[in-house]
Design a protein around this ligand. Structure first.
Ligand code: UGA
Length: 439
């Protein structure tokens, strides 16, 4: 199959590369010529484990191409994937302008009937709207069929998830289109659900909303555990044995971030509102998460009273490990708050520092060296559970910091480890630990 993919963000790039890896000829289209130039040379424009090797391999075997020209990219394509962003509007709804622009570009450039597959996360009804938009604007008497094929990959493990996902969802208006897409995806060797378009669109939002609900639920339980003297990790473990609940996405912390859960939960609330449905459960999930992102500030203030003039080592900027993405990261809320309270902040991240510099307007120091971040700090705040933060020898805190007080937003260390160390330790939903030395 000759496949064109519009958009080379996380979803588009990983999708295009994966489709070339399973044997299709793929051309990825992006309006940014600099991105296209880099990608054509085999240089990934995002950090994603395993992606670089696959890009280079498939460029070299002649199955993967990049272009900034729609005419070139769409020429001869059998199937066109739309994988552009659907960022959040001010009112929480999804901004469809990039998807609509892709539709207009498709209409202007295709010269034969194609199947258009929407990978972007779009509100229910969008696929039909996009099909109409394209078919109204084609110039060569051609028409398109539409398919909704939402993605379920996670940043930081996007390549792995694409090849080892749980299912592929294909929403179409007719069986023939569904069969063609099933055939394209067959080499991924995953269960395929063929369904109608609206249900496919809804599956994506419902899945993300449910996962976000699991996280906010366990975070509420964590906060309750603290008040009642229980340990949320033990509670989550005990719950997870029940196959009806499952052990995944029950890790308490300082809330979910990233480009998907915050945006998609807000969009679903909005979508429900448009259908005269108050989605109260999801509204609470969002509220719990907003509060959770600031939880450590309360803990820091109740420990220190004031942080004015105190040196704060913020460990991690990315919203999760193995990505340089800061979108909706708790760091974006925590750091300005610490600065406002008068703390002197040094932020550590192994790969997200250059992205962070573009995002923060407040004056802070940055480092890619974990030990440098800890040097002379009065307290450390763990935002991202990077492997090197998790695997640090806890004696490093006491060796480098002025006072080894650690606020761990990701429950990186077992309480057994902590109790054997000199660290004064506050985490989420677990008892705190104050060693004799720092009392
Ligand atoms: C999420 C979904 O997991 C993917 O299935 C989906 O395809 C993607 O959104 C999307 O819609 O594009 P992603 O946001 O990349 O993927 O990352 P996750 O691993 O799901 O983590 C999201 C946030 O939840 C992170 O901030 C993470 O720290 C937090 N989280 C996750 C928890 O706080 N606890 C958990 O138990 C799991």
């Amino acid at each position: 199959m000759k496949i064109a993919v519009i958009g080379t963000g996380y979803v588009g790039l990983v999708t295009g590369v994966a489709l070339s890896e399973i044997g299709h000829t793929v051309i990825c289209i992006d309006v940014d010529p600099e991105k296209v130039e880099k990608l054509s040379q085999g240089i990934p424009t995002i950090y994603e484990p395993g992606l670089k090797e696959l890009i280079q391999k498939n460029i070299n075997n002649g199955r993967l191409f990049f272009t900034s020209e729609h005419r070139r990219g769409l020429e001869g394509a059998d199937v066109v994937y739309i994988a552009v962003g659907t960022p959040q509007r001010r009112d929480g709804s999804a901004n469809l302008s990039y998807v609509e622009q892709a539709a207009v570009d498709i209409a202007a450039n295709i010269t034969r009937n194609v199947i258009v597959v929407i990978k972007s996360t779009v509100p229910v009804g969008t696929n039909f709207h996009i099909k109409e938009l394209i078919n109204r604007n084609t110039v060569n008497g051609v028409h398109v069929r539409i398919a909704s094929n939402p993605e379920f990959l996670r940043e930081g493990s996007a390549v792995h998830d694409t090849f080892h996902g749980d299912r592929i969802v294909i929403g179409t208006e007719d069986g023939e289109t569904a069969d063609i897409l099933a055939e394209i995806n067959k080499p991924f060797d995953m269960p395929i659900l063929k369904t109608d378009i609206s249900s496919a669109e809804m599956i994506k939002y419902s899945s993300n909303a449910f996962l976000a609900t699991k996280i906010s639920f366990i975070n509420e339980i964590a906060n309750l555990c603290e008040s009642l003297g229980a340990n949320v990790e033990e509670v989550a473990k005990g719950m997870g044995f029940d196959h009806r609940i499952g052990p995944d996405f029950l890790k308490a912390g300082i809330g979910y971030g990233g480009s998907c859960f915050p945006k998609d939960t807000n969009a679903l609330v909005q979508l429900a509102g448009n259908a005269d449905h108050e989605f109260n459960l999801l509204k609470s999930v969002i509220e719990v998460n907003n509060n959770q992102q600031l939880l450590l500030i309360d803990k820091i203030l109740s420990r220190f009273g004031s942080v004015r003039g105190k040196r704060a080592a913020v460990l991690g900027l990315a919203f999760k490990p193995n990505t340089d993405d800061l979108r909706e990261s708790p760091a974006l809320v925590m750091i300005p708050k610490l600065v406002k309270l008068g703390a002197d902040v040094i932020a550590y991240d192994p790969i997200a520092v250059s992205n962070a510099k573009k995002q923060f307007s407040v004056e802070i120091e940055y480092t890619e060296d974990l030990n440098e971040a800890l040097q002379d700090a009065d307290f450390a705040v763990i935002i991202t559970d990077w492997a090197d933060v998790k695997n640090i020898d806890l004696s490093a805190f006491a060796a480098a910091m002025r006072t080894p007080v650690v606020f761990d937003g990701r429950n990186c260390y077992s309480l057994d480890r902590v109790r054997k160390s000199e660290v004064e330790y506050y985490s989420i939903g677990r008892p705190s630990h104050t060693p004799e030395l720092t009392k």
